[in-house]
Design a binder for this molecule. Structure first.
Ligand code: ADP
Ligand code: ADP
Length: 228
């Protein structure tokens, strides 16, 4: 069965329907791109799948458990231990250096200082930004900051990475490079990825594409031409 699945989920903001009955499934280690025009519900779907937002109806199961029935505390623990989250920008703590930022999730999870620092340095190295370890975000380019954010999202070796337009604030070339690194490092350790993206060449990165339109999965499917 799927690692993570949504069945017939709906979600509105006041009178504005954002999701109107969406089914979704993610297999272990699978990389799925969620695409579609602005306002079609991509962010809402990602937030529901990640347990950040509650769906109004329908079920979301993670490893066969209905996480909609869980308390906020249990959902928050799930996000800290099994999930990684990556947004467009603004995720690094400006007062902390790169290595301190990347070590933070491990420290919060109870790792020792030395162990957390070693792991953080290893991840900065994997993302090609080891030389920036002692820099603060304000001294880095957008691409460098986002590479640090990728390291921070993956340092806990999550089972699922949720990435909401992670390259949306970068120029086209840097965006493509960073997206390639997200996919490469996630694949390396078998992390599944739900990737909301506007990158045109999504077929180069994702195993499968789910195209949304007006809060439902577009039945014609292949919005940008990914073949499963
Ligand atoms: P996308 O990520 O595809 O741009 P969203 O999930 O952000 O789509 O939004 C889906 C719909 O829900 C849009 O009509 C949007 O305006 C609306 N929406 C999203 N977030 C909110 C919110 N916090 N309050 C009110 N409406 C919202
Ligand atoms: P995205 O780039 O994911 O589409 P948006 O720029 O649409 O994000 O939305 C950014 C933030 O504003 C999100 O937290 C979203 O929930 C909220 N938002 C989006 N649409 C609306 C809306 N119509 N009314 C209020 N908040 C909204």
């Amino acid at each position: 069965s799927a690692l993570l699945a949504a069945a017939a989920i709906t979600r509105s903001y006041g009178n504005t329907p954002a999701l109107r009955g969406v089914d979704f499934a993610l297999a272990e280690g699978e990389i799925v791109a969620v695409t579609g025009p602005s306002g079609c519900g991509k962010s809402t779907l990602l937030h529901c799948l990640a347990g950040i937002l509650r769906a109004d109806a329908g079920t979301i199961t993670y490893r066969d458990q209905d996480i909609g029935l869980w308390s906020e505390a249990a959902r928050s623990r799930l996000r800290r231990t099994e999930f990684g989250v990556l947004f467009q920008f603004g995720q690094l703590v400006p007062e902390l250096t790169a290595v301190e930022n990347v070590a933070l999730p491990l420290l919060l999870a109870g790792s020792g200082r030395r162990e957390a620092r070693e792991a953080a340095l290893g991840w900065l190295d994997r993302l090609g930004v080891a030389d920036l370890a002692e820099q603060r975000p304000g001294a880095m380019s957008g691409g460098q900051q986002q590479r640090c954010a990728v390291a921070r999202a993956l340092v806990t070796e999550p089972r699922v990475l949720f990435a909401d337009e992670p390259t949306g604030a970068l120029d086209a070339l840097t965006g493509e490079q960073v997206l390639g690194e997200i996919v490469r490092t996630a694949r390396d350790q078998g992390t599944a990825v739900v990737l909301v993206t506007h990158e045109p060449r999504v077929s180069a990165y994702a195993d499968r594409e789910v195209a949304l339109r007006d809060g439902v999965v577009d039945p014609t499917g292949l919005g940008l031409g990914v073949t499963a």
